[in-house]
Design a protein around this ligand. Structure first.
Ligand code: UDP
Length: 371
């Protein structure tokens, strides 16, 4: 059969869509397929009576990369949403990230100096840890006992289904510390939510690109592969190679969406539940991402769960064991001149959206512009 397309792109998530946009712009012919019935992968939003519900978990765009920010803003305008999550621990609400508001509620301190002294006192016990070997050591070294045991240990073990001693330290580096009364979760220069939701971003990227939904790559792999010179695969890398080096572990989530006939459920987009005895890790109230003023609301409880192969793989478990398996798949993929990989699943990386766009733009430069 004649080769018809330059690229077969498996998946229509953010990575795939950024690549497809540029490939089309360069005059390349692309066919995109997705096993789901909609575009956008996990950034897809479902419109529930004008509230954009983040169906696959809350997505808040934040970046310090100006190129990435300008790129996404060229498809849709972003609003001024700033993520300021709350932590509910034993029915008391604290501000995140750890900042003067948190310290003053936790320790009764008022000034940055007092908070630093208190934190220093808390860290003293763990000063002997030079290179933290795992998340627990990293967190204790950074925060000491009070913060670790109230906000981190139980949340983390609930989220990952593993002891904090078995988790890589880098996961916790995502939590910033601050000695001002500033509840902005992220330290990045830019953040926001697309006005009108993430589907606008994806629709903008994919305008004019041929897409087949409800099409599972693995059901038709050999015919589909013949259609294109190169395949960009954004699904699970272990599945692509039929698990020949072993199964990679992921953490999954299940979402319980609920529409309530009240105007406001929690007064904030994100409230974390940090105790282990509460089965969910957070409640998202979607209207707050876009400052909605509807007379009703939609909330989502997020329950962490094991990835079984039947539910969705959300978070790669980047511990040593899995990374060794991953590197074998990566090595094998690199030997295949017709195969490109991208995104959280195929690169087995805990990417934020800006990392994803950045990685896709890197591939664009290499593959399409030979830079
Ligand atoms: N985390 C925590 N307590 C919190 C929020 C986060 O211990 O209240 C830890 C936890 O280990 C989690 C990691 O920080 O896996 C990253 O959390 P974040 O909410 O930033 O990431 P997301 O789940 O949104 O990707």
């Amino acid at each position: 059969m004649d080769i018809k397309y330059d690229y077969l792109i498996v998946g229509t998530g953010l990575f795939a869509s950024v690549f497809a946009y540029h490939a089309k712009k360069m005059g390349k012919k692309c066919l995109m397929i997705d096993k789901r019935s909609h575009l956008g992968g996990n950034i897809y939003c479902e419109d529930v009576d004008s509230i954009n519900v983040h169906k696959y978990g809350a997505h808040i765009f934040h970046t310090s990369n100006k190129e990435v920010w300008q790129f996404v803003n060229s498809f849709v305008e972003f609003n001024r949403f700033t993520n300021s999550p709350l932590a509910n621990y034993k029915e008391v609400l604290y501000n995140l990230p750890f900042n003067m508001n948190t310290f003053s509620k936790l320790w009764g301190v008022e000034t940055p100096q007092q908070a630093k002294e208190k934190l220093e006192e808390q860290r003293q016990r763990y000063a002997h840890i030079e290179t933290p070997a795992n998340l627990e050591e990293q967190a204790l070294k950074l925060c000491g006992d009070d913060i670790y045991y109230a906000f981190i240990k139980e949340y983390t073990e609930k989220q990952w289904g593993r002891s904090a001693k078995e988790l890589p330290a880098f996961i916790i580096k995502r939590i910033p510390f601050r000695f001002t009364y500033d509840n902005n979760y992220f330290n990045d220069d830019y953040q926001g939510i697309p006005k009108g939701g993430y589907n606008k971003l994806i629709n903008g990227l994919l305008e004019g690109v041929e897409v087949k939904l409800n099409t599972n790559y693995f059901d038709h792999k050999s015919e589909l592969d013949k259609l294109a010179d190169t395949v960009l695969f954004t699904g699970r890398i272990d599945e692509l190679f039929n698990y020949e080096f072993g199964v990679l572990e992921y953490r999954s989530l299940s979402f319980e969406h609920e529409r309530l006939d009240i105007e406001d459920f929690q007064g904030n987009a994100v409230v974390n539940y940090n105790e282990r005895s509460v089965p969910y890790t957070r409640i998202i109230e979607h209207k707050h991402f876009e400052f909605g003023n509807q007379p009703f609301t939609v909330i989502t409880r997020e329950y962490p769960s094991e990835f079984t192969g039947k539910n969705e793989p959300y978070y790669p478990v980047n511990d040593d064991k899995n990374m060794q398996i991953y590197s074998k798949y990566k090595e094998k993929a690199d030997l295949n001149g017709k195969l490109l990989l991208g995104g959280r699943l195929a690169q087995y990386a805990y990417f934020d959206m800006d990392d994803t766009v950045e990685a896709a733009l890197r591939l664009v430069k290499k593959e399409l512009y030979n830079l």
